[in-house]
Design a protein around this ligand. Structure first.
Ligand code: NAP
Length: 313
């Protein structure tokens, strides 16, 4: 973006296009505020890469992540949202209107709704980074089909790990879930399904220590955390689901974060900067569901609408 170009002014700028961002867009669009959504890397964020969403109310048979994002997108656009496939690279919240720079454009905005979501956490073990794309993945829906009739390892004991492991059973010949404890964090339904699936086996009390570097992943090295015993598991794929970290870098030094790094908001989704709200996983260490993120997006939007009315903007 060049310095000389005149910024484009918008009432509501929404950074991020997951369920929180698109719900905020729907509400502010219906208030005739012509919101602009900056999608970030992927339209829909994390849920767009989820195979199936079975716990979003209104879809008794479940819906694919992509299908849900498509519906949220269409609904927001129908009421006047402009969705821009671009990434915010700089934000200046020091004075109003706030300034947001993207790769392609510069904006000033009366209100900003931050819905930048969260990103998968890596394990941080030797070889992991080098082997991304050569067998190491953080998205079963994206990469599962590369592992047809192969053996894969999944790391993690939460809902993501189990859900993605179940998805991987459609492609892989075996799925070994390696978990650092002997108890799963995931909810009961997923737990039962995974336990009952013949293709899935569990390795308990075990962590991965290394992914040997080579042309492709062939095995992973392990360590039993109780006995200290080291071992290895032969596998062509390694899928890692050990949690997420909130995407707050854009606001470093401008907005407060809590001890876990999530943006701090009050009960009305307000950050400490007037007219700037946060919704979804960037500000939610607790629920992290599609429905709660969408709800937060709607809440932030309602606050933004009220704020603009009060200010006569
Ligand atoms: P999560 O619930 O935080 O689970 C992360 C898992 O990774 C835990 O089992 C944790 O072990 C393990 N782990 C963390 N760091 C590790 C490390 N360094 N080495 C080995 N293992 C490690 O994360 P998530 O599964 O991504 O889920 C995030 C949120 O989204 C949750 O609230 C979840 O309910 C929600 N979610 C819901 C659904 C659904 O409802 N269908 C689907 C996906 C996600 P410990 O258990 O020992 O801590």
């Amino acid at each position: 973006m060049t310095e000389e170009s005149t910024p484009r002014h918008v009432n509501v700028l929404i950074i991020g296009s997951g369920p929180a961002g698109l719900a905020a867009a729907l509400y502010t669009a219906r208030a005739n505020l012509a919101p602009v959504v900056l999608t970030g890397m992927d339209l829909g964020g994390q849920v767009s890469k989820t195979h199936a969403v079975e716990n979003y109310p209104g879809f008794p048979e479940g819906i694919s992540g992509e299908g849900l994002v498509d519906a949220l997108h269409q609904q927001a656009v129908r009421f006047g949202t402009e969705v821009i496939f671009d990434i915010a690279t700089d934000v200046d919240l020091s004075e109003r209107p706030y300034k947001v720079t993207t790769y392609g454009e510069q904006f000033t905005a009366d209100t900003i709704i931050i819905a930048t979501g969260a990103t998968a956490v890596p394990l941080g073990i030797p070889g992991e980074e080098e082997m991304i794309g050569r067998g190491v993945s953080y998205c079963a829906t994206c990469d599962g089909h590369f592992f047809k009739d192969m053996d894969v390892v999944v790391v993690g004991g939460g809902d993501s790990a189990l859900e993605e492991a179940l998805y991987l059973t459609h492609h892989a010949s075996s799925v070994t879930i390696v978990h650092r404890r002997d108890e799963l964090r995931a909810g009961e339904i997923l737990k039962r399904r995974a336990m009952e699936n013949e293709k899935i086996k569990f390795v308990w009390n075990t962590v991965l220590t290394e992914v040997p570097i080579g042309e492709k992943v062939e095995k992973v090295k392990t360590k039993n955390v109780k006995t200290g015993e080291e071992g290895e598991i032969k596998a062509e794929g390694l899928f890692i689901f050990v949690g997420h970290t909130p995407n707050t870098e854009l606001f470093d030094g401008q907005l407060a974060v809590d001890e876990q790094g999530y943006l701090k908001v009050d009960h009305l989704r307000r950050t400490e900067v007037e007219g700037v709200y946060a919704a979804g996983e960037v500000a939610d260490p607790h629920f992290r569901q599609v429905i709660t993120s969408a709800g937060m997006g709607a809440g932030a939007a309602i606050q933004a609408i009220r704020y603009l009315e009060e200010k006569g903007l």
